[in-house]
Design a protein around this ligand. Structure first.
Ligand SMILES: [Zn+2]
Length: 196
């Protein structure tokens, strides 16, 4: 799908055209041509509207059914960031990956490229705040705004005007790390240099 042009408006960016492209949430969402459930699931290329619906409604990232929930919260599989993020991880962590249901946890752990890279850590999440987005940051340029890095950004009043958002992201808190055996996913192999 051809993407509309990103232009500078006031203190930020918009799409060319009278509407400007911002949603009622004030976020500039990237337009997406395909309807949900059309085409093959592409693990590395997430369908924006489907992903956002899954985040809002706590749907499993694999089958689209309700994600698993118990008294400790929703079931999430996260990339292992313990070394980088320190002992509080994953409390306060941002993720653009929707939760999972029990039967799909092993499938997601095996097939999601992010999880395969570091090994999947199963986590129960009590509090999910949809306050962020994965997208591309733009910067003020001499003629037009210039495209910068792709990352997960908190939709603060500083970031919101400058990001073309593609996926809804959440801040996770009240987290409990589970034993991988509990959700029948394999314990990640020790990281070896040169191996993916
Ligand atoms: Zn599922």
């Amino acid at each position: 799908m051809p993407q509309p042009r990103v232009i500078a408006v006031g203190d930020g960016i918009a799409y060319e055209g009278p509407a400007g492209g911002r949603g009622s949430d004030g976020v500039l969402w990237k337009p997406w041509g395909l309807k949900p459930h059309q085409g093959e699931p592409l693990w590395a290329k997430v369908h924006g509207p489907r992903q956002r619906r899954a985040m809002r409604k706590h749907l499993c990232q694999v089958c689209g059914g309700p994600a698993d929930r118990d008294e400790h919260g929703w079931l999430w599989l996260l990339e292992d960031q313990r070394e980088e993020a320190g002992p509080k991880w994953p409390d306060g962590w941002l993720t653009a990956h929707p939760p999972v249901c029990q039967p799909c946890a092993p499938i997601a752990a095996r097939h999601c490229p992010h999880l395969r890279r570091t090994g999947a850590v199963p986590v129960r999440v009590r509090d999910v705040v949809l306050d962020a987005a994965y997208g591309q940051r733009y910067y003020r340029g001499p003629l037009r705004p210039t495209a910068g890095e792709r990352d997960v950004f908190l939709m603060t009043r500083w970031h919101r005007p400058w990001v073309v958002a593609n996926q809804l992201a959440a801040t996770l808190s009240g987290c409990t790390i589970l034993d991988p055996a509990e959700v029948r996913i394999e314990t990640p192999a020790p990281r070896t240099a040169g191996r993916r």
